[in-house]
Design a protein around this ligand. Structure first.
Ligand SMILES: Cc1ncc(COP(=O)(O)O)c(C=O)c1O
Length: 396
């Protein structure tokens, strides 16, 4: 067979596979050998899906709610998303301004495909979740990356984002709270950014997938701040994944102006169709049912965050910003890197796994070498063990 017949489409050359998989594969190999692996790599809640949500799915199965639904998702669920945003943020979105998607990830892909294309520049920020940049590239547009810094807690600044605007800029994609930093776009910064973005005619896409996981009551009403000045150019991506411990159910949503929702609907109608019908019933229970499960998980994550930060404090060279949301810590390991030792944070994370059997995610995965991500979506016992091993390893 000639190599020509094996050539893949051009777009595949520009899209990278997530670099986080290597550690997972190695950890699995060690586990099979009976090694006691501490996994701080998880990008998902360790809690089970709350029972009333599972019960709603079981009822859907029993009632044979197992067929195609409306492509956008059932009306009641889209209304429930609107109601939740009204309650949380005081913004009004009707059911036809919401489309249910296979996780927040598909909502963000719809946004990128609907809004951006060849010749466009799209501003986003790093360290951050790598999918955003890859989706912008998949849409044929050029990502323009603004960097945030540990010195100010990886905070996003309106001024820095706006400084990256050129005549080709079509939009800005923001993640708040962020992964891996847990940093937020502060309301004060949003108030500076929104009128400028409106004046420049930019799209603002906000990845709110961790919106339910914000600590210490920090106000975070981005939908209202942007919506008040640029509702017709604001797209929100949300998800049941992290808030309700439902990552495997694949249920997210895009909320925004009707033309964007309709474009997402068209894209979805020719690719994945409606999201799983059973998950839709589960999501209705999640969004309209009691919210104390969300609060309980948040309190537990907060206790873990504070505890792990305290333990990490035993080794001040592992400098770490205090995250305001999500469930990750992102300490610097740069003090432990050297040309004749671990050269990079990727080497550091590999050796930490090999020698101390602790899974972390190297900062390279988030375009931020010199750091590692620790997920605290695991029990305090395992976290204690993991941090003990990490500090022992770092000091060696
Ligand atoms: C920052 C961020 N946004 C969005 C997502 C998408 O999650 P899902 O597709 O499960 O809703 C993730 C998942 O890890 C994430 O970290």
């Amino acid at each position: 067979m000639s190599t020509d017949t094996l050539r893949l489409a051009e777009r595949t050359r520009h899209i990278a596979l997530s670099p986080t998989m290597k550690g997972t594969i190695e950890a699995e190999r060690l586990r099979r050998q009976g090694v006691d692996v501490v996994d701080l790599g998880a990008g998902e809640p360790d809690f089970p899906t709350p029972p009333h949500i599972v019960a709603a799915a079981q009822a859907a199965l029993e009632k044979n709610f197992t067929k195609y639904t409306a492509n956008m998702g059932v009306f009641e669920l889209r209304e429930a998303v609107g109601a939740r945003y009204r309650e949380a943020y005081g913004v009004t979105y009707a059911a036809d301004e919401v489309i249910m998607t296979a996780g927040g990830k598909q909502a963000l892909l719809h946004a990128a495909m609907a809004l951006f294309g060849p010749g466009d520049e799209v501003i986003t920020h790093m360290p951050g979740w790598p999918t955003i940049v890859e989706q912008i590239k998949l849409a044929g547009a050029a990502p323009v990356v603004v960097r945030t810094r540990i010195e100010d807690g990886f905070a996003l600044h309106a001024e820095t984002l706006l400084a990256a605007v050129t005549p080709r800029t079509r939009g800005i994609v923001l993640t708040s709270p962020g992964n891996p930093t847990g940093a937020l776009l502060a309301e004060a910064e949003a108030r500076k950014l929104a009128p400028e973005a409106a004046r420049l005619g930019l799209w603002i896409v906000i990845d709110l997938c961790y919106e339910a996981l914000i600590y210490d009551g920090v106000p975070h009403n981005l939908p209202k701040i942007f919506g008040d000045v640029m509702r017709d150019r604001l797209v929100l991506a949300g998800s049941s994944s992290k808030a309700y411990a439902m990552t495997g159910w694949r249920c997210g949503w895009l909320v925004g102006p009707k033309p964007v929702v309709q474009a997402g609907n068209a894209l979805q109608s020719h690719s994945t169709s409606n999201i799983n019908s059973i998950a839709q019933r589960a999501a209705i229970a999640a969004l309209t049912g009691p919210q104390d499960c969300v609060r309980d998980m948040l309190n537990e994550y907060k206790a873990r965050r504070d505890q792990v930060l305290d333990w990490l404090g035993d080794e001040p060279r592992l400098e770490c910003a205090v995250p305001q949301g999500a469930f990750y810590l992102f300490p610097s390991v740069s003090e432990f890197l050297s040309p004749d030792g671990h050269r990079t944070s990727l080497d550091f994370a590999d050796a930490l796994l090999r020698e101390e059997h602790v899974v972390t995610t190297a900062g390279e995965a988030f375009d931020m070498p010199g750091f590692i991500r620790l997920s605290y979506a695991t029990s305090l016992d395992r976290l204690r063990e993991g941090v003990t091993r990490l500090i022992r390893f770092a000091r060696r």
